[in-house]
Design a protein around this ligand. Structure first.
Ligand code: SF4
Length: 448
């Protein structure tokens, strides 16, 4: 971080176009210098300047990628302590631990849970991010066999877990070109484990009993030329883990302490035998500041809330999740199908479209662009109002697709029906339900 905000500013286009979401190039430069913005947010920086600013614009917490292909994940690259300051970028990854001292049935059950864990929410697919393959026996043959089994069962990235370098070598061989994370280098094995990670160009976790030792280990490994590190402060006691994670994030962001400028890994599954408490700890580490969170199981009851929590925490608070503004075909609607309108807030769209789908009555669902706000919020902000809805209907082409002229509006904005009828004199405005759950019965009545 050798450049000041003014140094960076001199190299920016100085057009104050605001596309980076900052009011001026100077404001953007200051944030960049403070590690609270990404150079990628300015689309007008030339390649030459980008190269010059590379060091100054590098995120204070390095991004580390594990795995290959569609299932690969990246952790790190965070710029702020609190998501409302900007946003968090790379969601905490949930990983499930399988061990070579488990019987086959247990491993099969866990891998089944991993593969079956897939939930769609607001158009985003939420799933388990990785499988942690643990050598509990210390037997290289058993470790290899378990890795082969995991590879056959899933394409999820793997975290190979052994502090024995010979066992790890066998694991790396079995993992092939799947780019696993090696867990872990310690004070005792750092030279050999670091050399293995360097030779194979693999990410490596560093584990130490306290933060001082972790800083020393991190420095040692980077001194060996390793770049993709993940840190485990490893107290295995929830309160201390939490304090350590906060201290690591603060040191990296506020103090620019390079030894801690890496994502973290946590093991709530090793901090308790109580499955509810383990899940609660995983939630805590998802919020602050676990990069990878290891779990003992992946049943739906624990994964769904954890995954939704991660989605919420890592959604940009300054950019509402929105879907495109247009008419959506729910089912296979025809010229007699009902026509409904709502707003382009993702959650609203997916809840409403889900209820229409569940009703088994095909419909046309019009989504009005209100900057991603919900129905009432958009109405209160003067965005989901008669003239905007009328303009949307008149330009959408929906009148050519249906024979009737009935338009269903959300029950929460019943008060606009009169004014909307004036704006759309050819249409009859029908007041729909206030709650999405009542849509199926409403549609059945409307169609009868
Ligand atoms: S996007 Fe680039 S040019 Fe535009 S205001 Fe931001 S820094 Fe300046």
């Amino acid at each position: 971080m050798g450049l000041s905000g003014l140094d960076i500013f001199k190299k920016l286009p100085k057009t104050n176009c605001k596309e980076c979401n900052f009011p001026t190039c100077l404001a953007f430069a200051m944030k960049l210098a403070a590690g609270q913005a990404s150079l990628d947010d300015c689309p007008y920086v030339t390649d030459e300047v980008r190269a010059e600013l590379a060091e100054a614009s590098a995120p204070p917490i390095r991004g580390v990628t594990v795995g290959v292909g569609d299932e690969a994940f990246k952790v790190g690259e965070e710029l702020v302590l609190f998501r409302h300051e900007k946003t968090f970028f790379n969601p905490a990854v949930l990983s499930v631990v399988v061990s070579d001292d488990m019987d086959d049935a247990k491993v099969d059950e866990l891998l089944k849970q991993v593969n079956e864990c897939e939930h769609e929410r607001v158009g985003v697919i939420l799933k388990v991010g990785a499988v942690t393959v643990k050598s509990a026996s210390g037997d290289a043959g058993k470790f290899k066999a378990l890795i082969e089994k995991v590879k056959d069962a899933t394409k999820k990235p793997m975290i190979l877990m052994s502090e024995d370098v010979d066992v790890m070598k066998a694991g790396v061989e079995a993992a092939g070109d799947s780019r696993p994370l090696l867990y872990a280098a310690t004070e005792a094995n750092a030279d050999a484990m670091g050399a293995l990670a360097k030779e194979k160009d693999l990410p490596l976790a560093a584990k130490a009993a306290d933060l001082d030792k972790l800083a020393e280990l991190s420095d040692k490994l980077t001194g060996m030329g390793l770049k993709d590190l993940i840190l485990d402060p490893a107290p295995r006691q929830a309160g201390q883990t939490f304090k350590d994670l906060v201290a690591l994030r603060r040191a990296a962001l506020n103090e620019k302490f390079v030894a801690f400028g890496y994502p973290t890994i946590t093991f709530p599954c090793e901090e308790t035998d109580d499955e509810l408490y383990e899940t609660a700890l995983a939630g805590m580490y998802t919020c602050k500041y676990g990069g990878i969170v290891n779990l003992s199981h992946a049943e739906a009851w624990r994964m769904y809330p954890l995954l939704v929590l991660g989605l919420n925490i890592y959604t940009d608070p300054q950019r509402p999740m929105a879907v495109d503004s247009k008419f959506y075909e729910i089912g296979t609607p025809d010229e007699n199908s009902p026509v409904l309108v709502t707003t382009n807030f993702s959650l609203t769209y997916f809840i409403v479209s889900g209820e229409i789908e569940g009703s088994k009555i095909p419909a046309w669902l019009g989504v009005v662009d209100v900057d991603g706000q919900s129905v009432l919020t958009a109405w209160a902000a003067g965005k989901f109002v008669p003239e905007v809805i009328a303009k949307f209907i008149n330009t959408s082409g929906i009148a050519d697709k249906v024979k009737h002229r009935k338009l269903v509006i959300p029950g929460y904005v019943a008060q606009i029906s009169g004014e909307l009828e004036e704006e759309l004199p050819d249409w009859e405005i029908v007041i729909g339900t206030r709650e999405a759950a009542d849509i199926p019965s409403f549609l059945r009545q409307l169609s009868s």
